[in-house]
Design a protein around this ligand. Structure first.
Ligand code: FAD
Length: 323
């Protein structure tokens, strides 16, 4: 745990790995707590992976793996989001861009085109992140020294943690989504907000002038594997919900892999290394859970009382193996 008072003086430096919706929102809440923050991402901009095409904010009254704890985190997230300056964009990548702007205004530094290779430890304490340049305008390798590290690298977090000696059961959840932002009439879609069909792994959303349908491969053998099949399925879902073929052709079709966990709850909190934290495994609801998860992690790192129970999200619940 880091001292809140020291953080207030801006002395504590925290390095965040991953600039998806979770990494960026974590940066915002930690900067609000007074820390000096640097965020790294291998991509050239924020929300370029699972957060890119994620749709609107589904509040999972039922998740793909429904649990009461996912529900509490979603409700808490909604409370945290309502505390922010409104209005907020409801598409995940636009929301992430807005949070990036807010974070930058608080002094958060973003560095793109650097891939984390490993975390270096000295005497059981992690001291630096070793990163290599992965775009032409960056050169060679760099090292980022910090007092604490937050892993928010989506699916890649599993391999990064494995190199650090921690095996966490993080599972890829492949999803396909169709999003159309247009002048849509509300009456037709209000019934969709939010709608989760756990049997078919389908999320449907309507908000303002945007409609979004997402389907997930709920089993490894699912026939949806081929993108073309998923696209056709989404097309027919959209048409069945009243969109014309012309409108469907104007929509954005997108595929991404979100990280989930065996019990459907994210991992939020410390790891086996005292100054390395995780905020990963949000499955099909990362955008919806981002504010609550990040506020919770900021409170844990600052050693403040948390507003919701933090135990259900700890890594040392069943299924975790430390080697
Ligand atoms: C089809 C689909 C539809 C969805 N719909 C919804 C929805 O309606 N509502 C909802 O709430 N959620 C939805 N989700 C889930 C949501 O997209 C994810 O839960 C969320 O994006 C996870 O965010 P993240 O920041 O953890 O991961 P990511 O967005 O994947 O971010 C991880 C970041 O880490 C970076 N990174 C990875 N490895 C490294 C490395 N070694 N070095 C440096 N950087 C690295 C990546 O470049 C990436 O930018 C959907 C997901 C999919 C796939």
């Amino acid at each position: 745990m880091l001292s809140y008072f020291t953080a207030l003086l801006g002395f504590m430096h925290i390095c965040i790995l991953g600039a998806g919706v979770i990494g960026v929102t974590t940066a915002f809440y930690l900067a609000q707590s007074g820390y000096r923050i640097t965020v790294f991402d291998q991509q050239t901009e924020v929300a370029a992976e699972a957060s890119f095409g994620a749709s609107l904010f589904a509040l999972p009254s039922v998740g793909l793996k429904p649990t009461s704890m996912t529900h509490s985190l979603a409700q808490y997230s909604r409370i945290c989001m309502n505390r922010l300056e409104q209005p907020l964009p409801m598409l995940c990548r636009d929301f992430t861009a807005t949070m990036t702007k807010k974070a930058k205004q608080m002094g958060v530094r973003f560095r793109f085109g650097y891939e984390l290779e490993c975390l270096k430890s000295l005497g059981g304490h992690t001291v630096s992140a070793q990163l290599k340049a992965v775009i032409p305008r960056n050169q060679g390798q760099i090292s980022c020294q910090a007092d604490a590290f937050v892993l928010a690298a989506g699916m890649n977090s599993r391999d990064i943690l494995k190199k650090q000696g921690l095996i966490l059961p993080v599972i890829g959840l492949k999803g396909y989504s169709f999003t159309l932002t247009h002048h849509l009439s509300g009456e037709r879609f209000t019934c969709l907000y939010p709608w989760v069909d756990t049997e078919r792994g389908l999320i449907a959303n309507w908000q303002n002038n945007t409609v979004c349908f997402s389907i997930f491969e709920t089993q490894p053998s699912a026939k949806l594997r081929a993108n073309e099949q998923a696209r056709e399925k989404l097309r027919s879902i959209a048409i069945n919900h009243g969109l014309s073929s012309k409108q469907v052709d104007e929509g954005m079709f997108w595929t991404g892999v979100a990280s989930t966990t065996p019990d459907g709850l994210p991992y939020i909190g410390p790891t086996h290394q005292p100054n390395v934290y995780v905020n990963i495994g949000h499955g099909a609801f990362g955008a919806s859970l981002a504010c609550g998860s990040s506020q919770l992690l900021a409170d844990i790192i600052s050693d403040r009382p948390t507003e919701i129970e933090c135990y259900p999200y700890r890594i040392d619940r069943p299924f975790t193996i430390i080697v």
